[in-house]
Design a protein around this ligand. Structure first.
Ligand code: GDP
Length: 297
């Protein structure tokens, strides 16, 4: 699971405080230095590390050490609060449009897990809300991507609208939305193209799709394993598309987890779900508080 090293490092930090009756300024300096290193090692983006450490230092310096409370516990509480905060505070639910269909657009780099996530979300909406989603295959650059979405659609029993690779993605989306209106689908999930890296052509196309689809949610799918790159990708996609939320995938892998910790602070947008495996049910609602507890062990 992600964050193993970070958890170990954090536990080390608090172990050194255990048994102390009072915290000196030096203790606090030492603790914040260790936390800083632990976060950097976990591949958290530097500006996020800096602001995190500053907040912890301010709060730890500010409190009166009460006789009743163990200083290690108090600092742990501060770190837990601040971790929860940079992970987004409370959970963020999927927004719904007042009028059906609610259109959800999936964006991200190739291989991040967009198509897989589209299937997981369709399955979740179907099983938990009894919804009738339609998926639109708008990645015309990779025939395999369309095929993959169809296979997933089949697996979860959700129809997939496609027009092969000869029609423009914008046209496909228009037609798909028409169909959804006719069929009274309550959700439309659009799987868009990704590339190996961000380029202008991709962004232009996504902007055009956004314009015709008028989505309630634009969810950026990022691979947790890519660490700082994921944070940078999130920044750029957010600037161009004004995304509404982020999905962090592959948190089940042996990742250092920094992406999950950086994204909220860098984009101001919430992480809504976490992908925790390749199976269709390997999707979790993202709860900042639980994630923080998990990290602190
Ligand atoms: P896309 O190019 O963004 O559509 O990415 P895909 O959905 O094709 O996913 C790329 C690879 O990542 C596939 O092999 C997926 O099975 C895998 N994958 C997606 N999400 C997860 C996840 O949460 N955990 C793990 N371990 N693998 C994932």
């Amino acid at each position: 699971m992600a964050f193993e090293n970070l958890t170990e490092r954090m536990q080390g930090v608090f172990k050194n405080l255990r048994g102390k009756r009072k915290l000196t300024e030096e203790d606090i300096a030492q603790v914040t230095k260790e936390i800083r290193l632990a976060l950097l090692e976990a591949d958290v983006a530097l500006p996020v590390v800096k602001s995190f450490v500053r907040k912890v230092r301010e709060r730890a310096t500010g409190f009166e050490v009460s006789e009743a409370l163990d200083p290690a516990q108090q600092v742990l509480k501060i770190v837990d609060d601040e971790l929860t905060e940079i992970l987004g505070g409370g959970e963020s639910q999927l927004q719904k449009s007042p009028k059906i269909p609610t259109v959800i657009m999936m964006v991200g780099l190739q291989g991040a897990g967009k198509t897989t996530f589209a299937g997981k979300l369709a399955n979740r909406l179907k099983t938990e809300e009894n919804a009738r989603p339609l998926m639109i295959a708008a990645d015309v650059y990779r025939p395999a991507a369309i095929e993959q979405l169809k296979v997933i659609g089949n697996q979860v029993g959700v129809p997939v609208f496609d027009k092969g690779t000869d029609v423009s993605p914008v046209e496909i989306v228009k037609e798909g939305l028409e169909l959804a209106k006719q069929n009274k689908n309550d959700y439309v999930l659009i799987d868009t193209a990704g590339r190996l890296e961000i380029d202008d052509k991709l962004m232009n196309e996504l902007e055009q799709i956004k314009e015709v689809a008028n989505p309630t949610e634009i969810l950026l799918v990022v691979d947790a394993m890519t660490g700082q790159v994921a944070a940078q990708v999130a920044k750029t996609f957010n600037e161009r598309l004004d995304i509404t939320g982020v999905i962090v995938t592959k948190l089940d892998g042996d990742t250092r987890g920094g992406a999950a910790l950086s994204i909220r602070e860098i984009t101001g947008k919430p992480i809504k779900f976490a992908g925790v495996g390749e199976k269709i049910t390997d999707l979790e609602v993202f709860y900042p508080e639980r994630m923080s507890s998990r990290i602190l062990g």
